[in-house]
Design a protein around this ligand. Sequence first.
Ligand SMILES: [Zn+2]
Length: 235
Amino acid sequence: MPLVRRISNFIFGSSCLGCGLFTEKLDPWLCPSCREELISLGKEPFFPQEDVVCLYTMNSLTRRLVHALKYHHMPGLASYLVKQSAACRGREVFMWFDLLKKPFLLIPIPLSSSRYRERGYNQTEKIAFALASHLEGVVFHGVVRRSFSESQTKLSVEERKRNVAGVFELKKKIPEGRSTCIIIDDVYTTGATTKACSYALLQENKLDVKICTLLFEKPVSAKLDLVADHDVEWD
Ligand SMILES: [Zn+2]
């Protein structure tokens, strides 16, 4: 837990990240009621496409938790969310992965260097390490993000997909014997970002590529697409 939150809790008491309730019964992020809700949501992963699994669907609770993971300096929420999800041993997503050829290479979507400096960590890397501890896999840092300066706000979904296609580059050789790659991201909406990363991986390699994200969000607006795909601020 970050120091600021610890001090705040000491002075003001602890509040649940889900509902804001002040209670001594936090775990340490959620009150018992919100925790129960999260566990229930974690039992219902969503598969938007054949090769894509999202550990949670978006509701007010999961949205708040991922927002805190990204913007309130709470990297510990990544392992917390993975632990409550169906990616743990014996659960649905774990069994889905268990059918694939091991060992896995888990590839977090990289942040831009400026965003990394500002945040101090990459939330998708935290998610990848949390998943690696449950699955038989290692985290691979061989993909880099090229700079992406053109404004995307006025483009259509199709135009954005085309523009983002070349945004990732494979900088290191895929280690021998790794044929299954799992691309890790925080939110899946149109899938443009993860598909672009997949494209970079498949240029020179024969790989089975899967995608795993914490959340699925319906692409209801261009703004949400942009937030999810290009890591801009999320209101
Ligand atoms: Zn609560």
